[in-house]
Design a protein around this ligand. Structure first.
Ligand code: SF4
Length: 284
């Protein structure tokens, strides 16, 4: 299984690492059982050579946190892509906060020079208690500093957050703090997903034992309302159109904030399940 952000649907997915170097977030089943490794340059080169006759404008470097690749090797991969794919316009990559903080702005700029155009950072929540509970391996401060570094380098920043991860009890604090921290990060894109329980993950046990109770579909939409209400961005494209969500939205913030809140409040007022994405169409 290869995972990529929804916005990279038309990109060539080039697997440069296998799995995730951390692989311990309690909700994540993406790379269960996969032993992390960085592929040899020769292996990567072969894949690039194979696709070089085709017209490819976007490449996404998989898997989980490919920015962990040492700088020299990443420069080598990007240089080779640039030479071999003539129409290449943008390269994207997943990263966690620590991968970003390990690099200085100069190094990030060097990656940008060679085509790295967007970094996808998994934040999940702005509530320190939730980050600790889900073993996110990043503090609020690290998330904010990593976001600023990416912005300072000129690379686009896309941040993922997770509705429902605070449970019923922490729902509103999670939503409010996530909106607040997102505002400090001021990303170019935000992708809101809704928590779906992957069998075999530690969070499944929390649900089974009743330590975590998931919000209802309308509870998740209430979180979306609070989150958007607390978001103050310079210029951001906010999307909740991922298949896991009950209410898909694609909005520009701050311009469309009031309109989006109005739409959300209408849905919350009617509480009509027919206004939501049906359960059978939800997916990760
Ligand atoms: S959420 Fe991201 S960092 Fe956490 S285990 Fe999954 S791939 Fe790794």
């Amino acid at each position: 299984m290869i995972f990529r952000p929804p916005s990279e649907a038309d990109s060539l997915i080039l697997q440069v690492t296998v799995g995730c170097s951390y692989n311990r977030c309690t909700f994540c089943g993406a790379y269960q059982g996969k032993r992390f490794r960085i592929k040899d340059f020769e292996e990567i080169k072969e894949d690039i050579d194979e696709v070089s006759p085709y017209k490819i404008s976007r490449v996404f470097l998989a898997d989980g946190d490919a920015l962990i690749i040492p700088q020299e090797k990443l420069l080598q991969i990007l240089s080779y892509l640039k030479v071999k794919l003539k129409g290449l316009e943008r390269v994207g990559i997943y990263a966690n906060a620590k991968d970003i903080l390990r690099k200085d702005v100069k190094e990030l700029k060097a990656l940008k020079e060679l085509g790295l155009g967007i970094i996808y950072l998994g934040m999940e929540s702005g509530d320190p208690e939730v980050l600790r509970r889900i073993k996110k391996n990043a503090t609020v401060d690290q998330l904010i500093r990593s976001a600023r570094k990416v912005k300072d380098s000129g690379i686009l920043l896309s941040v993922t957050v997770l509705l429902g991860i605070g449970g019923v009890e922490g729902s509103q604090v999670h939503a409010r703090e996530t909106g607040r921290v997102l505002s400090e990060m001021d990303p170019d894109y935000v992708g809101a997903l809704s928590l779906m329980i992957v069998p075999g993950t530690p969070i499944e046990k929390e649900i089974e034992t009743g330590r975590l109770v998931l919000p209802t579909p309308f509870g998740l939409i209430q979180e979306l309302e609070t989150m958007i209400l607390n978001c103050q961005f310079t210029r951001c494209f906010f999307a909740s159109n991922h298949a896991s969500n009950y209410l898909p939205l694609r909005i520009r913030l701050p311009e469309e904030k009031e309109e989006a809140l109005k739409r959300i409040r209408e849905v919350l007022q009617k509480k009509d399940p027919d206004l939501l994405r049906p359960e059978y169409l939800r997916a990760l």
